[in-house]
Design a binder for this molecule. Structure first.
Ligand code: PLP
Ligand code: TYF
Length: 398
């Protein structure tokens, strides 16, 4: 039977890393996948994570199963990150959180709950969005529709087009919003736009699902929750998929969280019982290590401060690379104006490079970029910058 199965297409982002690893050229640059690299081109374990792991090694006394929803202290800490430490959403019990295997697992939890228990059939995602969103939602049987987001000519948010396409959203449809650091464009709504979107959503009865994978990479941990907190003000129901892969550097530990906010604590409990039933039938209960590390950090004031500093260091280094990239391209005589890259948030930028240019960068210069022209700025260093910019100028002139 198995011979009848046709091969699945490679993931456009993760597949690129495979190709990069197989490339035998010595001077090669991977700006494909969104993984933070330091100035030495490494993805080290955060110091604060090492400290928390040392504590965990000392204190951990059992490897017995976690509950279906995972570590309760972790869940509470996640809610405080999302809504603010003093939020009455947290203190009231209107929010309930399940520790999930990565942000991807949390998105799956959300989709499963929406399809199986709310009867939702449609989810709206931005055009463009993270390549894996469609996979996760279609796997759960959702129809995936797109709302306008990016204007390729102005290289900015097409807010009027976004609003007019969102007029087609029916009451009760899911609408996916990127909490901050939109992947792949690096362009987020501003404060006034978030407020207006929250008002429209509440009026129209959308069910918002926030994908929050880069908290801390735009402006700061608290600041980056602005959009979500606008929605939380005037929505009695919403859902959040958090990922801590990037902001704790815990990529391979699979640390995420699915949070549901309901009208009342009683409704939250009732609805959440079905989230738990879904988890039980899927992976039964989550893996412990990564979330235990996050929980140790977020429940310790000094470690939390240290974490804020390490996230700030990553954020600042990426911003420096944005500036240096734009300056070096200019110095090397690039034809294009790349200054828009300086105003974007998070790990990614849409470079505006064409498919042909991206292909030539890979084959002729061993520079790996996603086909859409998305560049992971987090992969740039002072050491690879000149070679990178010279390659871009060369393909511009080809
Ligand atoms: N959502 C977005 C927008 C992402 O960029 C990522 C990246 O990995 C995820 C979700 C998934 O996160 P995780 O690796 O924790 O599953
Ligand atoms: O967008 C990125 O590069 C990251 C990492 O299927 C990633 O979010 C990419 C593709 C994928 C899983 C993770």
């Amino acid at each position: 039977m198995f011979e009848l199965v046709s091969a699945a297409p490679a993931d456009p982002i993760l597949g690129l890393t495979e190709a990069f690893k197989e490339d035998t050229r010595t001077q090669k640059i991977n700006l494909g996948v969104g993984i933070y690299k330091n100035e030495d081109g490494q993805t080290p374990v955060l110091n604060v994570v090492k400290k928390a792991e040392a504590k965990l090694l000392e204190s951990e006394s059992s490897k017995s199963y976690l509950s279906i929803e995972g570590n309760a202290q972790y869940g509470l800490a996640v809610q405080k990150l999302l809504f603010g430490a003093d939020s009455d959403i947290v203190s009231s019990g209107r929010a309930l959180t399940a520790q999930s295997p990565g942000g991807t697992g949390a998105l799956h939890n959300a989709a499963e709950f929406a399809v199986n228990h709310l009867g939702i059939k449609t989810i709206w995602v931005s055009n463009p969005t993270w390549a894996n969103h469609g996979n996760v939602f279609k796997a759960m049987g959702l129809e995936v529709k797109q709302y306008e987001y990016y204007n390729a000519n102005t290289k900015s948010l097409d807010y009027p087009a976004m609003l007019s396409s969102l007029e087609q959203v029916a009451k009760g449809d899911l609408v996916l919003l990127h909490g901050c650091c939109h992947n792949p464009t690096g362009i987020d709504p501003d404060a006034a736009q978030w407020k207006e979107l929250a008002n429209i959503s509440a009026d129209k009865g959308w069910l918002p699902l926030f994908d929050f994978a880069y908290q801390g990479f735009a402006t700061g941990i608290e600041e980056d929750a602005l959009g979500l907190r606008e929605f939380a003000k005037n929505h009695s129901e919403l859902m959040i998929a958090s990922s801590f892969s990037k902001n704790f550097g815990l990529y391979n530990e699979r640390v995420g969280a699915f949070t549901l906010v309901a009208k009342t604590p009683e409704v939250a409990k009732q609805a959440f019982s079905q989230v738990k039933a879904g988890i039980r039938a899927n992976y039964s209960n989550p893996p412990s290590h990564g979330a235990a590390v996050v929980s140790i950090i977020l429940n310790d004031e000094a470690l939390t401060q240290e974490w804020h500093q390490e996230v700030a260091d990553m954020r600042v280094r990426i911003k420096e690379m944005r500036d240096l990239f734009v300056k070096t391209l200019k110095d090397e005589g690039a034809k294009g104006d790349y200054s828009f890259i300086q105003g974007q948030n998070g790990m990614f930028s849409f470079s505006g490079l064409s498919k042909e240019q991206v292909a030539s960068l890979k084959s002729d210069f061993a520079v790996y970029i996603v086909g859409s022209g998305r560049i992971s700025v987090a992969g740039m260093t002072k050491n690879n910058m000149l070679a990178l910019c010279q390659a871009i100028v060369a393909v511009e002139n080809a």
